[in-house]
Design a protein around this ligand. Sequence first.
Ligand SMILES: Cc1cc2nc3c(=O)[nH]c(=O)nc-3n(C[C@H](O)[C@H](O)[C@H](O)COP(=O)(O)OP(=O)(O)OC[C@H]3O[C@@H](n4cnc5c(N)ncnc54)[C@H](O)[C@@H]3O)c2cc1C
Length: 409
Amino acid sequence: MKVGIIGAGAAGFFMAIQVKTRCPKAEVTIYEKSSSVLAKVRVSGGGRCNLTNSFAEVVDLSHVYPRGHRQMKRWLSEFSHTDAFDWFESHGVALVTQEDQCVFPKVQDSAAVINCLTDHARRLGVKVCLKHAVQCVVRTETDQLQIQFQGQQPAALCDKVAVTIGGTPRSEAHDWLSALGHRMESPCPSLYTFAIKHSALNNLMGIVVDAVQVGIAGTKFRAEGTLLITHWGVSGPAVLRLSSYAARHLSDQGFRAPLVVSWAGDRTTEEVVETLQYLSVEHARKQLGSIRPYGLQARLWQYLLQRAELPDTRTWAELGKKALNKLATILTADTYEIEGKGTWKEEFVTCGGVSLKSVSTKTLESKCCPGLYFAGEVLDVDAVTGGFNLQAAWTMAYVAAQGICRDCE
Ligand SMILES: Cc1cc2nc3c(=O)[nH]c(=O)nc-3n(C[C@H](O)[C@H](O)[C@H](O)COP(=O)(O)OP(=O)(O)OC[C@H]3O[C@@H](n4cnc5c(N)ncnc54)[C@H](O)[C@@H]3O)c2cc1C
């Protein structure tokens, strides 16, 4: 059996290893358009590679896989985060689970993951052809699949082909896949920060607030977690999560939308009103500036009082009902205009790609082109930050490899 794998990323490498492990006689070749392998793994997790997650804090898979959670549930039952953890540890990469449940190599260097994958693939006899940019795959009269390359490279004839080309914001890159009959979900970015031009907020740069809730006004998109105020807008896990949940909506809106920040986390306005009433009685003689609810930092609290047009020297007893309600609204529904994506190059994945309707859920084989398989970000599956995207790549690669090998014994 000749297997051609297109793309030397996380999914492509892991799939090549799985196919060779299960079918040692198979001839497995990875075709990669660039001159290096596993480029994204190298930069992942800030160069440390957050390769999976303990899933200990995952209540519902839809919270971490906004697209593809149903299928991921099934695929994870075949190759889970513990399988990935055990696989890397048993292949020489000692791992550590951080307090936030993210899993990294103990040496805190993505090179450990890259060396593990490349060494193992080499030992198994996986061939890697760099600078082979695939143009398309065509089915021959003998029912084989022919991989055609851009430039002078001769075409490669295969029995099975796996497409692991990752995500791309350019939909033209997928034209050859739609020509084969696959349904495509238009690609759009996910996991980015928000640009907000608001000088008073921007002046608070560097402030990190735990447990805020952010949302897009007029929609159900909400996310919770830590928020970081920057000199050009907002960032941090809560914002990245929201950009993932609302990826398609924000893209449709040209990355402009009203952002609602609740500095009081998931507390309702009524609950916050009650807290403020309590503080008014309990600290009646103290100044507003000196008593900060919810452990808010002093600079942020001063700013929020200014937003509610309240002098910080006023006492809590003098607050009054109207001002108290205004302050509660600022604390729970402080609204800003998102004016675009942050330009800083942070973690970034693509939402969209080959529709899951075009592939068999059981094997990840194409429903339009037998013998063609998919895995990784090329499919319409993506996750929030925390190691879930790489876990999806390992899991899908494993499942597709089982499909590829089903006739080889
Ligand atoms: C900066 C950054 C940090 C990240 N950090 C993390 C993290 O810590 N944890 C996490 O879980 N996820 C992280 N991600 C996301 C994660 O890296 C990706 O989801 C994952 O790498 C996807 O794997 P893949 O194999 O599907 O695609 P890719 O890794 O993108 O690999 C696809 C490969 O296919 C090649 N290719 C494309 N088109 C062709 C063609 N026509 N012919 C031949 N080859 C082709 C590409 O050159 C590439 O090498 C990060 C992403 C970025 C950008």
